[in-house]
Write a protein that binds this ligand. Structure first.
Ligand code: SAM
Length: 281
């Protein structure tokens, strides 16, 4: 019996079944009902820890309907845990609709933290930039994917993506198209599992690495792409400086900066400051 009638949002392992906390196990053993993305997967996890629980299914196609059912359970004094197939519910996974409604109805929602693939990858990648932007999945179609990648071009944070094995090659190829060959990419594959691989190189190197070994295209992936360079005027690349100078000779300052930013992918504010310096304003 749990102290509190609540919805417990419980993170589960992303591969290695031992990666689950004591508190999570205690709660999963004591709640009245466990709402699981795939009952079979969660039964396997619970059995590995000798837990028997009443399971109901909650996935992206029935989340709204099951939310009503869970509200009825909470209303009758039952406690419920939410789990997904892997990692933290609500993170590129179902859960947000349920949590929103449960909170709106005034029931407690209690997070029980644990594994998350993005954080797991970041923790072992050795990236010095302290800022990251979690993006999750990009669109499946290349046109839309490139559009979303283009919108991220000037982000200076490390960009964190999830990707499926059948799209990994074309996704990295699209990244190279949009960001050029030189940005650093870390591919974290099959984290916490038998074929765990964490490999870093430029986009060009990483595409070649994937193409050279089809085994590296299998499994689950987190992609960590370095952000746009943070430049001060002394570090601005020769190419950007030259582009800006050429444009300033022909165009008003604002237009020259706008075009130079689009052409070089460098930071707009940095180029603006450089344009002011170059024109003596
Ligand atoms: N909620 C999960 C979390 O907290 O990380 C993510 C679920 S999302 C549906 C599944 C995606 O997460 C996979 O396609 C993959 O991109 C990433 N992922 C999950 N487990 C992983 C693992 N063991 N290694 C690498 N990536 C993983």
């Amino acid at each position: 019996m749990l102290e509190k009638i609540a919805l417990y949002v419980v993170a589960t392992p992303i591969g290695n079944l031992s990666d689950i906390g004591l508190r999570a196990l205690d709660i999963l053993a004591k709640v009245d009902v466990v709402a699981a993305e795939h009952i079979q997967n969660s039964r396997h996890l619970l059995a590995a820890h000798s837990i028997t629980a009443k399971l109901i299914s909650l996935h992206q196609h029935n989340e709204t309907a099951v939310t009503d059912k869970i509200l009825t359970l909470l209303n009758s004094g039952k406690s419920v845990a939410l789990v997904t197939d892997a990692g933290t519910p609500g993170i590129s996974d179902p859960g947000a609709i349920l949590v929103k409604h449960v909170r709106e109805q005034g029931y407690p929602v209690i997070p029980v933290p644990g594994a998350n693939a993005a954080i797991c990858a970041l923790s072992a990648a050795g990236i010095m930039n302290p800022h990251f932007l979690f993006y999750g999945f990009l669109p499946a179609k290349s046109g839309l994917r490139k559009r979303e990648l283009t919108a991220l071009k000037s982000q200076q944070c490390t960009l964190v993506f999830y990707e499926a094995p059948h799209r990994i090659l074309e996704c990295v190829a699209d990244m190279m198209d949009i960001f050029g060959p030189h940005r650093q990419l870390t591919i974290a594959r099959e984290l916490t599992k038998l074929f765990e691989t964490i490999h870093t190189g430029t986009l060009e190197e990483m595409l070649a690495w994937l193409q050279a070994d089809t085994n590296q295209q299998k499994g689950e992936f987190v992609l960590l792409l370095s952000g746009a360079e943070i430049l001060d005027k002394s570090e601005t690349s020769e190419h950007a400086r030259h582009t800006l100078e050429c444009l300033l000779a022909e165009l008003p300052l604002k237009q020259a900066v706008k075009l130079a930013t689009a052409i070089t992918g460098e930071n707009k504010n940095t180029l603006y400051q450089l344009a002011l310096d170059l024109t003596g304003r």
